[in-house]
Design a protein. Structure first.
Length: 76
């Protein structure tokens, strides 16, 4: 029998689709629709820029803070 065992990274497109689906569900549950819209672009920038986790996280929080600061206050 010559079966090839698939490793977690052997099917990159399927893994990416599954990861994106999970992230979309998390963002929906957390009620973060703006970030759900912007997330693919941020990931693209991170990939193209070779960001490490700290760079990605820092840029996410800067983006999120700017978004919150510019949003009108509810009930104001």
């Amino acid at each position: 029998m010559n079966a090839t065992k698939q490793t977690p990274r052997s099917n990159t497109k399927a893994n990416a689709a599954a990861r994106e689906a999970v992230i979309a569900e998390y963002l929906k549950a957390l009620k973060l629709p703006a970030f759900a819209t912007e997330y693919p672009g941020l990931v693209r920038q991170a990939t193209e820029g070779g960001w490490d986790y700290e760079d990605f996280s820092g840029n996410y929080w800067r983006w999120n803070f700017a978004l919150v600061k510019s949003a009108p206050l509810k009930g104001a």
